[in-house]
Design a binder for this molecule. Structure first.
Ligand SMILES: NC(=[NH2+])NCCC[C@H]1O[C@@H](n2cnc3c(N)ncnc32)[C@H](O)[C@@H]1O
Length: 423
């Protein structure tokens, strides 16, 4: 085994494709997005390999990578446009493994909220027909069968996880109520319309992955008139914020490392660390410079797929305390209306004042921080522009202007920046 390993270390570089996103911890780990191509130079251990992404070297977790086959390389020579704009192979491939399901099931705030929705609507769910879109391991369908008496739950799952979901349904004695259908929700056939369409479709910054498109198509095809969407509505919330520790870690670091001046690297640092949003950011409530504001609100009954191409929101923030404006942080809240008229809605809030979730929050760093004072205002707009080619991706464009409250300076600092998520 040893000899073989050494041989591998000497092997010529090989090209691998990333099966899902990875955020590198520590300075020598490489971050990458699902679908990225990495060149693996050496395999010092089974778990961690030394690789490069667009020339930037670092350690990568071997389990996230799949060797690019000779056929794929040939295909690329022939016709690069053969790439699936939905990247379904990588997307459903990653959901065919346990890693993401474990992350979602371990997220108590998320999973308990869906359990609470079922529990608080238990009586109204009696004899109802339910569709669980993108059921994954089937947790929501199992809650329905365990906590209520629907007549049937159609648990739809496109990835290979569906085979295991059937076993879990049987293992928990729910096969009378829950029917697992493997396939894309846009393509499967249900035997009947549904009274309730429940799904956990929210991605980073609410929309990344654009699974919401599948939910809208299923709504238009399978939700009966008067049927209920869970979630019923969604809101993207934004706040101008400080991000001093992140700024220090990625930018200020280069000022005096070990007494040396490394500032010529700062343009590189800005490009590498501040060009894309930082997802899984945890903002402290104290980092908020103003009261957060809902900038985009989605009504799941009226939202149309065409609306997803470009969603815009305006904002006008009043700075409540002096500090450094490093960027904006975004998160989302979804609401589940009660099946009973007038009943209380259930809310899942992924913001800093709620229990942390696996989504955490998303940080958009400005190129240069700006000092602001209480009384200043930060006005502008946010545009979520869906990627016309890569249909699960989008670009978030923020435009802002800062109006200083102190009369003597009429400096109205303005700026705009576009952040790809992730292509
Ligand atoms: N909240 C999210 N961002 N992701 C959590 C739910 C994702 C689950 O839905 C499945 N899934 C996603 N899209 C679809 C689809 N169109 N049809 C069936 N299953 C799907 C996917 O395979 C995974 O098991």
């Amino acid at each position: 085994m040893e000899a073989e390993k050494e041989d591998e270390d000497e092997a010529s570089p090989e090209e691998y494709v990333a099966l899902s996103d990875f955020i590198g911890g520590g300075s020598d780990q490489l971050s990458f997005s699902s679908g990225d191509r990495l060149v693996v130079h050496s395999k010092p251990s089974a778990e961690w390999w030394w690789a490069a992404l667009q020339g930037v070297p670092g350690y990568v977790p071997a389990s996230y990578l799949r060797l690019v086959t000779a056929e794929e390389e040939e295909e690329e020579e022939e016709d690069v446009s053969s790439e699936d704009p939905w990247q379904d192979e990588e997307y459903f491939g990653s959901y065919g493994t346990l890693r993401l399901h474990l992350e979602m099931l371990s997220d108590k705030s998320r999973t308990e909220t869906y359990r609470q929705v079922i529990l608080s609507n238990s009586a109204s769910l009696k004899n109802k027909v339910v569709m669980d879109l993108g059921c994954g391991t089937g947790i929501i369908s199992l809650f329905c069968a365990q906590l209520a008496q629907p007549s049937v739950v159609y648990a739809v799952e496109a990835s290979s996880m569906a085979d295991y979901t059937r076993q879990l349904v049987k293992q928990n004695g729910c096969e009378e109520v829950v029917t697992v259908l493997q396939g894309r929700a846009e393509e499967i056939e249900l035997p009947e319309q549904v009274d309730v369409l429940v799904s956990e479709w929210m991605g980073n910054c609410l929309l990344f992955e654009f699974m919401v498109e599948s939910v809208l198509q299923a709504r238009d095809r399978w939700l009966r008139d008067g049927g209920v969407m869970w979630p019923s509505s969604a809101a993207l919330t934004l706040v101008p914020c400080q991000a001093d520790s992140y700024y220090t870690e990625k930018m200020a670091f280069w000022e005096r490392p070990y007494g040396l001046d490394f500032t010529p690297l700062q343009p590189l640092a800005q490009q590498e660390f501040f060009t894309k949003p930082k997802f899984s950011h945890l903002i402290e409530p104290d980092d908020c410079l103003t009261t957060p504001c809902d900038v985009i609100c989605l009504d799941m009954y009226t939202l149309q797929v065409r609306d997803l191409e470009e969603m815009k929101g305006q904002f006008h923030f009043c700075v409540e305390k002096s500090g450094v404006f490093h960027g904006f942080t975004a998160w989302f809240t979804v609401h589940f209306e009660s099946l009973e008229a007038g009943g209380a809605a259930v809310e899942l809030n992924t913001g800093p004042d709620s229990e942390p979730t696996h989504w955490k929050q998303t940080l958009f760093m400005l190129d240069r921080p700006v000092s602001v004072c209480a009384g200043d205002s930060i006005s502008g707009s946010i545009v979520l522009h869906r990627n016309p080619v890569w249909r699960r991706h989008m670009t978030v464009t923020l435009q802002w202007s800062i109006n200083s409250s102190t009369e003597d300076t009429d400096n109205c600092q303005a700026g705009t920046k576009s952040f790809p998520m992730w292509r």
